[in-house]
Structures are given as C-alpha cells and as structure tokens.
Design a protein. Structure first.
Length: 193
C-alpha cells in the first residue's frame, strides 16, 4: 500500500532561454511491474500525447509520450523545470526477500523556444540527462531484516541502518533521519504484518 513518486525535470539557462520548453519522454518499468499500479499522473499542462501508464510485455511504459510546459523561463523561474510526476502504489506485499522494480526515462526530444513568438525551437536534447530509479517492494516494512518474522533483530537492523545514515531508515519519508523515524518504525512494528 505504500506509494512512491517519480518526477521528470529539465534544466535551462534563465539568462538566455525563454517562454516554452518541451520534452517527449516515456518512463519504462521493465521488472516487477506486476506489483505496481500507476496511481496518478500530474502534469502542468495536458499537452499532446499525455497518457497514463499502459501495461505491455515489457512492464509499465509510456507514462507520457509528449508534454509541453508553458513557463516564463526567466531568472526567477523554477529550475529545474517540472514536466510531470507519476505516483505508483504497491498493489500488495512482495514475496519474502522483496522485489526491486527498475524505472528509466527515455527522452527523444527536449527543446526550448528562444523567443515569445518564435515558430521553431532549438534542441537541448544533448543537455538532457535521462534518469533511473529503483523502488523496492517488501513483504512487510516492519520486517526490516526481511527474514519473514517480526522480532528483536528487526529493531537491531533498523538501528544499524539509522546509525549508518541509510535511506531505508527514513521510515516516515520526510528526507531526514530523526526520532520520528523510530516512532514510525515502532508503530508499524506494533501493527504487525
């Protein structure tokens, strides 16, 4: 039931680029897609080619085929520019040992209009870096050492991960390791699996 969000963003030079940027991109999820559902797609403008994730033999792909983002590209604009975000939720628990789900973006076009009324664009695809992400789906988050049982060793594994500064110990997903992660872990442990 946990969710994770993946975003596509593009950088620009606010001193020289203006008015409009666009990217034609798909997100491809090749492994473990049977454990996920595409919960929602958020895009600043529903441009041509906007589509939700579709299941294929390769997994979930084609989250968005084309997206236009209207923005004043100036020094006070947001950078990097957000094109879309997609949120995925686990359909159910994964087997003991967990499942890693790999994502990658594949961008075929990325360009900007250099003036407010320009009819053509200049490509910035050579500056665009496609991204990769890995989501890990586990049978039970409180079973921190993933041995199939809830016991003292899960607390020890959690504390070791916390001490090592590992992202897995950010149990409340706020981007920081604090006492609230301990509370979140304890609450989940008390709920059982």
């Amino acid at each position: 039931g946990e969710s994770a969000t993946i975003e596509l963003r593009g950088r620009f030079r606010p001193s020289t680029e203006f008015a409009l940027a666009y990217a034609y991109t798909s997100v491809v999820c090749e492994t473990g897609s049977e454990f996920l559902r595409d919960q929602r797609l958020l895009a600043p403008m529903a441009g041509p080619g906007t589509e939700r994730g579709s299941r294929t033999l390769a997994g979930i792909e084609g989250i968005i085929a084309g997206q236009l983002q209207f923005h004043d590209i100036r020094a006070d604009s947001r950078n990097p520019l957000p094109f879309w975000s997609a949120t995925y939720s686990a359909i159910g628990p994964a087997p003991v040992g967990g499942v890693e789900v790999g994502f990658e973006t594949r961008t075929s076009r990325y360009g900007v209009y250099l003036c407010e009324y320009c009819a053509t664009t200049e490509s910035r695809l050579h500056l665009f870096e496609d991204g990769q992400a890995t989501l890990r789906i586990v049978a039970c988050r409180a079973d921190f050492n993933e041995d199939g049982t809830l016991d003292l060793f899960d607390f020890l594994a959690f504390m070791n991960a916390f001490d090592a500064g590992e992202a897995l110990a950010d149990f409340d997903f706020d981007g920081e390791l604090t006492v609230f992660d301990f509370l979140a872990f304890q609450n989940r442990f008390d709920l059982g699996c």
